[in-house]
Design a protein around this ligand. Structure first.
Ligand SMILES: [Zn+2]
Length: 488
């Protein structure tokens, strides 16, 4: 007995030693020395260019017949006037009436081109929320150090920022060795089937393979990850898949004075409860790299946990499951977004339907998601039908690639004055970049905009705005990135 207690004590001490040693060794490699950017930018003039771009109501619609082309066409005219050097030196093509592709031919045509992508369209302002905006969403107001309006974050700051950077490069006499493509879709917010997809088809028809594509989808976050006080620049190396499923059930109706045990609404509600109570299995596989970079910046107790994921795996899953933002990074999520049923308060419903939106983790697919839902509901009376084809999750890009390193080093050069962590990230929302998947092995997502917790709801929400400083950084980022990438 004594011997067993002794052995257990030795094992416990050994375990503690391993855990503590691993915690002390859990550090980040030194940050490469970075040359700060010497580009001179006039913040007022630059902010004014973006603020005017926000006055064009380039709202996209699912139904092409409802699409109002006019604001897009006026926006294009505005771009021609604002960026004269680009419109003189680059080749411009219009795809499916509204999407834009600019080609800046490099001097070495044996090199694969790079593509910088952003979208022109914005989501509408939710009816009834206009009055909640501190400044009207389409007035292009610059006030209190911010540029206000729909599209300030998503995604006109990227689009106009790319053009502004290229205009500066032309002004400064830069001539790329490697061809540079600038592509701006017009229907990203409604799945990009005409815009990004059309551009990708055109490039494929010309047999163009891309060295690299950079899109929106990941930003710099501050005070968003509990315990981490330094800003974290997230580089999106993959994105989740997407599908919405319509669940419906039909029953015989009748008088509500003699109801069956479950009405159509009751049957469907039970199915939704089952989905909510049986979340998809969690895996840390796709957030492990993120925590390898961010964990060393955490307070000691948390750092110990993330340095020893082999031991604390169940605990980590439990901690992450408690936060909607972090939970979304470790499993496929389900959100019941629409519910419909019944016609009158004293009539039994003959049918009920609901829509559940799924964001699919890499490793799973649209069809495995449908299979999982069918199995857990286990009720053949409930019809399950996907709305549209959905997207499988993207490929996961390599964090050891030259492209990743180049984005990382450009970020360090911009923020060389402050401590910052750069971390690979699984993008939770869907972007247009999946349309280009066949054209390159290097798709990354990043915008150098700093989001505090209260900013996470601004894109697609009320009071969308970007600080003038962040916008100037956005221009500087693209400028430096294009120059650096060209030396590869
Ligand atoms: Zn967007």
């Amino acid at each position: 007995m004594k011997k067993t207690v002794f052995t257990a004590a030795i094992l416990f001490v050994a375990l503690v030693l391993i855990v503590v040693t691993r915690t002390f060794l859990f550090t980040l490699p030194p940050i490469p020395a970075a040359q700060p950017s010497d580009l001179k930018i006039d913040p007022e003039k630059t902010a004014s260019c973006l603020s005017k771009a926000l006055t064009f109501k380039t709202v996209s619609h699912q139904d092409p017949n409802q699409f109002d082309n006019e604001p897009f066409i006026s926006f294009h005219r505005y771009l021609e006037k604002t960026f004269p050097l680009i419109h003189a030196a680059l080749q411009k093509e219009t795809i499916n009436s509204l999407s834009l592709l600019y080609t800046w031919k490099g001097t070495d045509t044996t090199l694969k081109p790079i593509l910088l992508y952003a979208h022109q369209d914005v989501v509408p302002v939710a009816p009834g929320t206009e009055k909640e905006w501190d400044h009207p969403p389409y007035d292009g107001i610059v006030s209190d150090g911010f540029i206000w309006g729909r599209g300030a974050l998503d995604d006109k700051s990227s689009m106009v920022g790319i053009l502004e950077a290229v205009e500066y490069l032309l002004q400064n006499g830069f001539q790329p060795r490697r061809s540079l493509l600038l592509a701006f879709g017009h229907d990203e917010e409604v799945s990009g089937t005409r815009g990004a997809h059309g551009i990708a088809e055109l490039l494929a028809s010309r047999n163009i393979q891309l060295e690299f594509i950079l899109d929106e989808g990941a930003v710099i976050v501050k005070d968003v990850v509990p315990g981490v006080t330094v800003p974290i620049a997230l580089i999106g190396i993959a994105e989740k898949g997407y599908v919405s499923l319509e669940l419906s059930v039909k029953t015989t109706g009748g008088h509500s004075s003699m109801p069956p045990e479950h009405t159509a609404i009751g049957i469907l509600s039970k199915a939704i409860t089952i989905i909510e109570e049986n979340p998809f299995p969690a895996t840390l596989k796709y957030s492990a790299q993120f925590f390898e970079h961010v964990g060393p910046k955490m307070p000691f107790a948390r750092k110990m946990i993330f340095a020893n994921m082999w031991l604390f795996n169940p605990l980590v899953k439990k901690i992450l499951s408690g936060s909607p933002e972090l939970n979304a990074g470790i499993r496929t999520t389900a959100a019941a977004t629409l519910f419909n049923g019944g016609v009158k308060e004293n009539v039994l419903p003959t049918q009920a339907s609901a829509v559940i939106n799924f964001r699919i983790l890499p490793g799973e697919t649209v069809s495995s998601t449908i299979e999982y839902i069918r199995k857990i509901i286990g009720n053949p009376d409930i019809q399950i039908k996907p709305i549209g084809p959905g997207n499988d999750p993207s490929r996961i890009e390599d964090t050891r690639s030259k492209s990743y390193e180049m984005i990382q080093n450009t970020i360090y050069s911009l923020f060389s004055h402050q401590e910052m962590v750069v971390a690979p990230f699984l993008v939770l929302a869907a972007t247009d970049s999946h349309h280009f998947a066949a054209l390159t092995n290097n798709t990354y997502r990043f915008s150098p905009i700093v989001y505090h917790p209260e900013d996470l709801k601004r894109p697609h929400g009320t009071n969308e705005r970007i600080s003038v400083g962040d916008y100037v950084n956005t221009v500087r980022f693209y400028y430096e990135f294009i120059r650096r990438f060209d030396t590869l």
